[in-house]
Design a protein around this ligand. Structure first.
Ligand code: SF4
Ligand code: SF4
Length: 445
């Protein structure tokens, strides 16, 4: 089996939570539901302060094709529609709900649908209405990936069960505990795409997940769905790298998987899609790994979307006095949180608490020209050069060195012996270029 170039082998650090069954957390008394929890246009608020809402009710409408609705995760009263902390960093518009403890749902919530009798158009519509975004972290609206332009011929579905970031085990538990839902979700995906074949990529450190899926396929007599074990190597779960590992195909620079006939979805997305389409349960909760040395009750928790990180950490008995950094996501691609008031959203796969030794910004040294960052880059870029140009504000030149192909995987920063925050400078250059592009578009240039 081919393996993508570069990559790193950090300790997987999954032992703290991999055997912890998914546990439901108690309903919080307050939910903060951002209108933007996906790539694309934020949803349009459709409720007012003082209004009573029910679990599963649409409280924000999708605004255009690349957008998703948002739903109330529980019943209660809307107490504010305001700019609130967001786990992506800046504040953004959100609907605040004071829950009433009844957890009362809309009447059609949980109604079973015989999805096999639905047309492809209806299936895609239900995927959108259920607010399904990619749960692997990128939060791309699922219905958009499932509606490729007619000139793009799709011949293969890949399911991402790699979960390659250290510490995270939410997908691991989902594959063990909800293998049937995942397989049903894959059948829905195959039907929508008009395909017969699907490969599920799983890293070797999750062999029991592979076995659970193989056994589910055998028991249900499914054909065309094949789990595949992959070597443990970060970033195996990045779309381009997963595609290369499973098929040997390469996504072209600046291109997308659909340019080479492939659609990729995460295992969690497949399960959510089954619940949304066949059970009429929109995406109002997700599994989140909470882990780190300062967490007394580490585990994998089913969390209502909108639950503040502070409440989740309280439930997990986190010792914030021994915590330097709280990261939303994994240690390599996650985002350090300036406030714990931000809520869990569709893309929140984990909350990682790093010890107090991580609180101070590490000093970095001079580049010793060792070339490790170059050898680790799965996209074959020159991280040292791009970061150096970015530090000198020479952002346009960064683009000439392939800046926009950077996956922001963090491998280069991880291996750098001088501790230079290469990925940070690369992200900064991207931010400036995209801002420039946005301004040009606005001025019609
Ligand atoms: S962050 Fe970007 S430049 Fe650094 S290793 Fe990953 S893809 Fe390469
Ligand atoms: S890994 Fe760090 S020290 Fe080595 S070449 Fe890259 S930037 Fe320089």
């Amino acid at each position: 089996m081919p393996s993508f170039p570069g990559g790193i082998h950090p300790d997987d650090c999954k032992g703290q939570t991999r055997d912890r069954k998914i546990e439901k957390i108690p309903l919080p008394d307050k939910l903060i539901i951002p209108l933007s929890q996906h790539i694309g246009n934020p949803a349009k608020c459709k409720v007012k302060v003082g209004e009573t809402v029910l679990k599963g009710q649409v409280i924000g409408d999708a605004d255009g094709f690349v957008s998703l609705p948002v739903h109330a995760s529980s019943s209660g009263e809307v107490t504010a529609v305001e700019n609130s902390p967001h786990p992506q960093g800046k504040r953004s518009p959100a609907i605040v709900i004071k829950t009433d403890g009844r957890d009362q749902a809309v009447k059609e919530f949980g109604l079973q649908r015989n999805w096999e009798q639905l047309s492809v158009h209806e299936l895609i519509q239900f995927v959108k209405e259920a607010g399904i975004a990619g749960l692997g972290g990128a939060a791309f609206p699922a219905h958009v990936k499932l509606s490729p332009p007619p000139e793009k011929k799709i011949d293969l579905l890949l399911i991402n069960g790699a979960e390659c970031e250290p510490f995270l085990t939410a997908d691991h538990r989902l594959m063990l505990e909800q293998s049937e839902e995942i397989l049903q979700g894959i059948r829905i995906l195959l039907t929508i795409l008009g395909l017969e074949n699907c490969l599920i990529g799983i890293e070797e450190n999750k062999r029991e997940c592979y076995e659970a899926l193989v056994s589910g396929i055998r028991i249900k007599g499914l054909s065309g769905i094949k789990p595949v074990l992959l070597p443990v190597k970060y970033p195996q779960g990045s779309e381009s790298q997963l595609i290369y590992s499973l098929t040997g195909r390469e996504v072209p620079s600046g291109g997308l998987p659909l340019d080479i006939g492939i659609v990729v979805q995460n295992v969690g997305t497949a399960a959510a899609l089954f619940h949304g389409v066949a059970r009429n349960i929109p995406l109002i909760s997700r599994v989140v790994t909470v882990t780190g040395a300062a967490v007394r009750k580490p585990g994998n928790y089913l969390v209502p979307l909108g639950t503040q990180i502070s409440r989740l950490l309280e439930f997990c008995e986190a010792d914030l006095g021994r915590t330097g950094k709280v990261i939303c996501g994994g240690p390599l691609m996650g985002i350090s949180q300036p406030t714990l008031d931000a809520p869990v959203i569709k893309g929140t796969c984990g909350i990682l608490l790093q010890g107090s030794n991580f609180s101070a910004d590490t000093e970095w040294g001079n580049c010793i020209r060792c070339g490790r960052c170059i050898r680790s880059c799965p996209t074959l870029l020159l991280p040292v050069t791009i970061a150096a140009l970015s530090r000198k504000d020479r952002f346009t030149e960064c683009r000439e060195y392939g800046l926009l192909d950077c996956k922001e995987c963090g491998c280069c920063s991880f291996v750098c012996p001088a501790k230079i925050p290469l990925t940070h400078y690369i992200k900064l250059a991207k931010y400036h270029l995209l801002k420039e592009q946005h301004q040009q578009n606005k001025s019609g240039a």
